[in-house]
Write a new protein. Structure first.
Length: 355
């Protein structure tokens, strides 16, 4: 049925206007936070110099160097990674109908950590018996990144195939993910036990999520994948709303629950795997952001999914900025801070959930 503004209830229009205002408020907050983050650090840069540099107006060379070579890549990585992890977690919680659902609780991050540890161990072996292209791959600076991504995809595929065998119920997918997380964690510890000091330090350092590792080329890769996956997720937001009401109801509404669930599961896991492979393990963003937003705007995925992008970007960028400043001139890995912030915030949301 077609509605015009004369027939739409005033409360509903107010409801839509409120959610739109939240979206624009988040965008304004994100832009403001980007400018603040560009300004703060070991060297404080005046806002006037930042605006001139962003506009292409000539400024002091040292300011341009700091802005474009040091801070901007890290800020863009935090924005894109935060947005990607947030929308991936939102989709996971929706299709699994589980408030604890996220790629991190389903073993994807553990698989990526094992892939990184595996790459570190392989790189130290004598591989002269392998074909030349494999030897070149193991010597590549991206070998660790590729290995982490491959194993995160493997974890997603295992969950995919097991859920196919037992029908794609949320319970099966969650339990499979928990088991995989335990398996990959113990496998990583096994490799760490036999690693030497240099290898062990490399493995441990990689697990510290760090937005300062990426260059503009890698940021472009993460951005393209985040945008493409986000378009698919937002396009299917009505289907996710239907699944939230129950599989039988969604099927009655014409939703192919099995395909939507498995595709959403795989794409959110793939998106998370890409981000982790470049940035290391960054926890809690995909878990707490959807919960915070639901307290503000409700559970309608038509609004929840788009708003999760700027909200996740703000949370990770804020954490990253604080991590850079809290121990100046030393830089604290952002994953440490997200865990410190995320755990009490999540517990607070759990305690307040019934009020």
């Amino acid at each position: 049925m077609h509605f015009n503004h004369g027939t739409i209830p005033a409360n509903y229009l107010k409801y839509i206007k409120y959610k739109k205002s939240i979206f624009f408020l988040l965008i304004f907050g994100l832009i403001s936070l980007i400018l603040i983050s560009l300004s703060l650090g070991v060297v404080t840069i005046p806002f006037s110099q930042i605006l001139k540099s962003l506009a292409g107006i000539e400024t002091l060379k040292k300011f341009d160097l700091i802005i474009w070579n040091i801070r901007m890549p890290q800020i863009l990585t935090a924005v894109v990674a935060g947005a990607g992890l947030s929308i991936a977690g939102t989709v996971m919680q929706s299709i699994l109908r589980n408030p604890l659902g996220s790629p991190f609780t389903l073993g994807i991050s553990s698989a990526a950590a094992f892939g990184a540890a595996f790459a570190v161990m392989i790189s130290s072996l004598n591989l002269s018996f392998l074909p030349a292209f494999l030897i070149n791959l193991t010597c590549s600076k991206y070998f660790l990144t590729i290995s982490a991504l491959i194993f995160s995809i493997i974890a997603a595929l295992i969950i995919f195939f097991i859920s196919q065998l037992r029908s794609s119920t949320p319970e099966i997918m969650v339990l499979t993910g928990i088991a995989l997380g335990s398996l990959f964690t113990s496998s990583t510890m096994f490799l760490q036990y036999f690693a030497d000091d240099v290898q062990l330090s490399t493995m441990v350092f990689w697990t510290f999520g760090d937005t300062g590792r990426t260059n503009y080329e890698e940021i472009a890769v993460i951005s393209v994948i985040t945008i493409l996956c986000s378009i698919y997720f937002i396009y299917n937001s009505w289907n996710y709303n239907a699944i939230d009401t129950g599989d039988e109801t969604a099927t009655g509404l014409g939703v192919n629950v099995k395909n939507i669930r498995l595709t959403g599961m795989f794409l959110s896991s793939f998106l998370t795997g890409v981000i982790i492979s470049f940035c290391g393990v960054i926890g809690f963003i995909g878990l707490i952001t959807p919960h915070i937003l639901r307290k503000i705007i409700g559970s309608d995925n038509r609004f929840l999914l788009p708003l999760s992008l700027p909200a996740g970007a703000i949370i990770l960028l804020f954490s990253d900025t604080v991590a850079r400043l809290i121990l100046l001139p030393n830089v604290l890995p952002v994953s440490i801070l997200t865990s410190f912030i995320g755990a009490p915030v999540f517990l607070f949301l759990v305690v307040r959930g019934n009020r």
